[in-house]
Design a protein around this ligand. Structure first.
Ligand SMILES: [Zn+2]
Length: 369
C-alpha cells in the first residue's frame, strides 16, 4: 500500500475544526456551581445568569465560546442545555441541514471549478442524492496513476459534527490550493473524494424531529413499526455477527442481507468505479478515537505490513489530534462495519474516526475539538 499523505493531513484539519467558518454565537449551558460564591465567580466572567437550580446550586447561563472557556478554567463543569427554539438549537445554528449542505457543496464547487467537481454517489430509499465532491488538479479527468482517498461522513444521522468536519475539509483544501504548498501538492498529486453525508434520509428525519438521536437510515422494515438499518453494520465482513442485531427495532439492526441498502450499495459502487482509492476514512462521533480493523475480532490484522501501516498512521493521527488510536474491537465488537469491509474485501487502509466527545452527539459548534 502507498504512503497516505492525505490521511495525515486530515488529522491536521480535524484539529483545525469547523469553528473557523462559524459566526460567534452564544450557547445555553449549565454550570455545576454549588453555592453563591461559585455563582458569583461565574457571573464575573461577564455573562448573565438565566436561572439557578437551588436543589443542587447549579446555574444556567447563555455564554460565548470564550466565556465558557473561562468558566472551565475556573474549574467548573459546563454542559449544554437543550434549546430547540430554532431550526438547530442555540449554539448549533452554524450546522448545515440537508438543504444547506447541498447548497454549500454547490457553492464551493462553483467557486473552485478548476479543482472541484461534484458528483452523486447514489440515490437513497427516499430518493435523495448522496452528494460527493472530488478534489484534484484535473477534477474532470480520471488520473488513475494518482493515489486516491475517500473521506465519508454521516453514516449515522445523529452525528452531524462528522458532516461539518468533512465539509470543512473540502473548504480547507479549496481555499488553500495555490496558497499552502502542502495542500497544493496534495491536490496536484492525489484524487481526494469526500462524501460528507452517506445517510441523507436519516439526517433529514433527525433534524425535522428536533435532533431525536436517530442513527439508522429510513428503510421501511416489513411487518414492524420500526424503521431503519444501521449502515455501519450492513457490510459483508462477518455480516450478522456479534455487535449487530437481527431485530429491526434495534439501533444496530444489520438489515436483511449484506449490502442490502442503497447507501451501502452506493459506497460499494463508488469503490468499484475508483480502483485507485487506497485509503478510506470514515468519520463518526463521538469518542476522540482513531479505530482500524478488525472490529469483529480481537485478532489483529494478520499481514505484518498492513498491520504496521495501520498502526503507524493511527499513531500519527493520535499525535496530531490527541485522540487515542486502537484496533476497533478494543472499543467494542462490531460486525458488518465499513472499515472491516474496506480492508478485508477491498484491501484499503481504513480508519474510523470518532470525533469530539465533549457534548455527546450534538456539540455546540464552538466545541468541535
Ligand atoms: Zn457513528
Amino acid at each position: 500500500m502507498k504512503m497516505k499523505w492525505v490521511a495525515v493531513l486530515t488529522g491536521v484539519v480535524l484539529m483545525a475544526s469547523a469553528s473557523a467558518w462559524a459566526a460567534p454565537s452564544t450557547y445555553l449551558v449549565r454550570v455545576d456551581t454549588k453555592n453563591n460564591i461559585d455563582r458569583t465567580a461565574v457571573s464575573r466572567v461577564g455573562l448573565a445568569i438565566e436561572g439557578v437550580d437551588l436543589t443542587d446550586g447549579s446555574v444556567t447561563v447563555r455564554a460565548t465560546d470564550k466565556q465558557i472557556q473561562e468558566i472551565g478554567e475556573l474549574g467548573f463543569d459546563v454542559t449544554p442545555e437543550p434549546d430547540f427554539a430554532l431550526d438547530f438549537p442555540a449554539g448549533m445554528e452554524n450546522y448545515h441541514d440537508h438543504a444547506e449542505l447541498v447548497a454549500a457543496l454547490a457553492d464551493v464547487v462553483a467557486a473552485y471549478p478548476s479543482i472541484l467537481a461534484g458528483f452523486s454517489a447514489g440515490t437513497t430509499t427516499e430518493g435523495r442524492q448522496i452528494p460527493g465532491v472530488k478534489i484534484s488538479d484535473n477534477p474532470g479527468a480520471d488520473e488513475t496513476e494518482e493515489g486516491a482517498i475517500l473521506i465519508a461522513a454521516l453514516y449515522h444521522s445523529r452525528e452531524p459534527v462528522s458532516l461539518e468536519v468533512a465539509l470543512d475539509f473540502i473548504m480547507y483544501l479549496a481555499s488553500n490550493y495555490g496558497v499552502d504548498a502542502y495542500v497544493t501538492y496534495l491536490v496536484d498529486n492525489r484524487e481526494i473524494y469526500v462524501i460528507p453525508m452517506v445517510n441523507p434520509d436519516g439526517y433529514v428525519y433527525d433534524v425535522e424531529n428536533d435532533l431525536d438521536y436517530w442513527r439508522k437510515n429510513r428503510r421501511d422494515n416489513p411487518n414492524t413499526n420500526c424503521e431503519g438499518v444501521d449502515l455501519n453494520r450492513n457490510y459483508s465482513v462477518d455480516f450478522g455477527g456479534g455487535g449487530a442485531s437481527s431485530n429491526p427495532c434495534s439501533e444496530t439492526y444489520h438489515g436483511p442481507s449484506a449490502l442490502s441498502e442503497p447507501e451501502t450499495q452506493a459506497m460499494a459502487a463508488f469503490f468499484d468505479a475508483h480502483e485507485n482509492v487506497t485509503t478510506a476514512l470514515n468519520i463518526h462521533s463521538y469518542g476522540r478515537l482513531i479505530l482500524y480493523p478488525w472490529g469483529n475480532t480481537a485478532t489483529p490484522i494478520a499481514d505484518a505490513t498492513d498491520l504496521a501501516t495501520h498502526q503507524a498512521i493511527g499513531a500519527a493521527f493520535a499525535d496530531l489530534t490527541g485522540y487515542d488510536d486502537m484496533q476497533s474491537y478494543g472499543l467494542y465488537q462490531t460486525s458488518g462495519d465499513a472499515v472491516d469491509w474496506q480492508y478485508g474485501v477491498l484491501g484499503l487502509t481504513a480508519f474510523t474516526l470518532e470525533l469530539t466527545d465533549g457534548f455527546g452527539f450534538y456539540p455546540p459548534t464552538g466545541f468541535f475539538r
